[in-house]
Design a protein around this ligand. Structure first.
Ligand SMILES: CC(C)C[C@H](NS(N)(=O)=O)C(=O)O
Ligand SMILES: [Zn+2]
Length: 309
């Protein structure tokens, strides 16, 4: 469990229970499916929020995924906040409009094994990766230009270990299969996505594997749209907007595949804090959860709008 004082954070079981309660409370607009299983066999739950939730309607779809990195627990709270906002607040006309005209997918924990390991002793382990062998960094294990560009490590002991091959981590393979499954009639129904991380307060867009703006798979027009939407979202949450590679080069990361493979308008948000140095930044006190998750409400609404553009 989370250390004393941080009980506000959801353990894996509490997160699953929260999703089940949301479905029970809102059966017409919320449903739970599975993306697959983690290395240790935990289910990776997906919440779908939309009117006529049991029907696949021809509406733009948006994906919010969280907790790729184990210690980034604030992101699980971010995904649960999105789930709560678009179900409990369905009476709000703006919320209802989004739920009625979009299909929203929410994955509060991509890496349940790592997340559980990080807290189960009652002391934070500072763990980042999954729990496969010495751990794979799932955000270096996606299959677009995997290991291409010095943006990951081939050393299993490293924090950015890319795995033995693209998709070698069950968790990334589950994400791939889920997103691939949203190709209907040859068209990817997911139009936009945010992969939530902590920390540094950044809005990031592809690509990560190169510092070039324009490159194979990214025209100037496409880049300009990322920059425009990214900047607009950053103006609402006070984060800094930039290309992912401006932070550092990464390969095998989620954005490169979501855009490179499926042309999903995909962003990474690095949440609060802006900087605290070292491991403390990954463990903000529970009393910031409400403020720091609601801080992204307007950005989430912008992304939902853009999905229909
Ligand atoms: C998305 C990239 C550019 C940044 C991310 N930073 S994190 N969340 O691991 O500290 C990462 O290294 O995967
Ligand atoms: Zn991260």
């Amino acid at each position: 469990d989370f250390p004393p004082g941080d009980e506000a954070y959801h353990t894996y079981d509490e997160m699953v229970a929260e999703l089940d309660k949301t479905v029970a409370d809102h059966p017409d607009i919320a449903a739970k499916v599975s993306a697959g299983k983690s290395f240790e066999g935990r289910d990776i739950p997906v919440l779908k929020v939309s009117d006529n939730v049991a029907t696949d309607e021809d509406e733009p779809e948006v994906l919010f995924d969280c907790n790729q990195h184990a210690r980034e627990h604030l992101t699980t709270e971010m995904c649960l906040h999105v789930a709560q906002r678009f179900t409990d607040n369905y009476a709000d006309p703006a919320v209802k409009d989004s739920v009625d005209n979009r299909e929203i997918w929410i994955i509060p924990s991509v890496n349940p094994d790592g997340s559980s390991f990080d807290v189960e002793s009652g002391e934070y382990q500072g763990w980042r990766k999954n729990r496969q062998d010495q751990g794979t960094d799932t955000n270096r294990n996606w299959g677009h230009k995997w290991g291409c560009c010095g943006g990951s490590s081939d050393d299993p002991a490293d924090e950015t270990y890319r795995g033995t091959a693209a998709w070698s981590a069950p968790e990334t393979a589950a994400m791939r299969d889920f997103i691939d499954s949203r190709v209907v009639g040859g068209t990817q129904q997911i139009k936009a996505a945010v992969d939530f991380h902590t920390y540094s307060e950044l809005v990031l867009w592809p690509f990560g594997h190169t510092s070039d703006d324009v490159t194979e798979g990214m025209t100037q027009q496409e880049y300009d749209r990322f920059a425009k939407v990214g900047t607009e979202m950053a103006q609402t949450n006070g984060y800094t907007p930039q290309q992912s590679s401006d932070l550092y080069i990464t390969d095998g990361d989620s954005l490169d595949w979501m855009w490179g493979q499926h042309k999903i308008l995909a962003f990474t948000f690095e949440m609060y804090p802006s900087s605290s140095g070292g491991l403390d930044g990954f463990y903000p006190p529970g009393d910031v959860i409400e403020r720091e998750t609601a801080r992204n409400d307007a950005a989430v609404d912008i992304l939902l709008r853009e999905a229909g553009a």
